[in-house]
Design a protein around this ligand. Structure first.
Ligand code: SAM
Ligand code: SF4
Length: 320
């Protein structure tokens, strides 16, 4: 198959959902310790020998593309912390790759990232006030994020903001203005429970209604493909604001994604307890067709929705 040919096969789960989106975690390591994502001491690191090599990841991309996966997002942990990540992205032959990053690495080669043929870059920032940013990330410096984002020149830039009760609810409009100024789409996210923390989620339904009442966004909404985000247009400005509401409005019915952890375990549901060991299959099975059969079989175990929306692992391990 040539690099840009769309596959005709479709990967279907047992609820007839088409699975066409794979999130690949490049590493479980991170330079920050966001309170809702990782405990301060970090998490037990994956064994070095269990981390998929770039060659193995490339094989997974080839195989899953042939099974109908058309969107790949690289995440972590912090993907740009992995040695060789930039070279890996530069050498990828698939088009329109997507990356999620905290953009909080001092000295990050943003100009090189700008040269990648990215379909989109999502970056994360939960406060525009330096003390708050430091508090939520434990180790982060807002100046580093700001310095980096000012250098980004990528059309599809989104800023993920996890909204937390009594923490950053008063920064909603500031974020929207920041997004307009930096030609980025702001996406507000409801906090999920991944690691014990003292932070309470804030309902985005309430925040959204307030923005509609204040005529900052229009009441009409839309989704792009199977995006988890519901978008509302900005009034009087170009662009839109996204709302990701895993707690108050489940989007499981349209779920089209699976996740590959950095150690090669496949997660079919963000909150699911089970992981499926693709690493061992890759390392013992040289025949791609057999790996495809295994994947096609495993996909059938994707649950309709999680029993509870609470995970045993951190988002950084799963690959957010
Ligand atoms: N380190 C990168 C970053 O922060 O963008 C990529 C990995 S991070 C796990 C991906 C996204 O997951 C971030 O936007 C982060 O805010 C989000 N996230 C992590 N833990 C979360 C939680 N408990 N609830 C909601 N979103 C969460
Ligand atoms: Fe690191 Fe991203 Fe998790 Fe923050 S949200 S600790 S930046 S992986």
């Amino acid at each position: 198959m040539s690099d840009f040919t769309r596959p005709t096969i479709m990967l279907k789960d047992s609820f007839d959902r088409t699975i066409d989106y794979l999130r690949v975690s490049l590493t479980d390591r991170c330079n920050l310790r966001c309170r809702y994502c990782m405990p301060e001491e970090g998490v037990e690191k994956f064994q070095h020998q269990d981390i998929l090599s770039f060659e193995e990841i490339n094989r997974v991309i080839k195989i899953t593309r042939e099974l109908g996966i058309s969107k790949f997002r690289f995440t972590g942990g912090e993907p740009f912390l992995r040695k060789g990540a930039l070279e890996f992205f530069e050498e990828l032959t698939i088009r329109d790759i997507y990356i999620t990053s905290n953009l909080a690495i001092e000295g990050l080669d943003v100009e090189r990232i700008n040269q990648l043929k990215l379909g989109g870059l999502n970056v994360s920032c939960d406060s525009l006030e330096p003390a708050r940013y430091h508090r939520i990330t434990r180790w982060g410096d807002l100046n580093v994020f700001i310095k980096n984002i000012k250098r980004v020149k990528i059309d599809n830039l989104k800023i993920n903001v996890v909204v937390i009760k009594d923490f950053n609810e008063d920064e909603i409009v500031d974020f929207i203005r920041f997004g307009v100024a930096h030609r980025a789409t702001i996406r507000f996210i409801e906090k999920m429970d991944f690691t014990p923390d003292d932070m309470e989620f804030s309902s985005l339904q309430v925040i959204k209604q307030r923005l509609i009442d204040d005529q900052i966004i229009g009441p009409e909404s839309y989704r792009i493909h199977n995006s988890v985000s519901e978008y509302h247009p900005l009034i009087g400005e170009q662009g839109s604001v996204g709302f990701i509401t895993p707690i108050t409005n489940s989007f499981c019915a349209g779920c089209n994604k699976i996740r590959l952890k950095a150690n090669g375990e496949l997660k079919l549901c963000l909150f699911g307890k089970d992981s499926y060991n693709l690493r061992d299959i890759l390392r013992t099975e040289p025949d791609d067709d057999r790996v495809k059969s295994w994947l096609t079989e495993i996909i059938r175990y994707k649950p309709a929705e999680p029993i509870i929306k609470k995970a045993d692992e951190t988002m950084a391990e799963i690959g957010g």
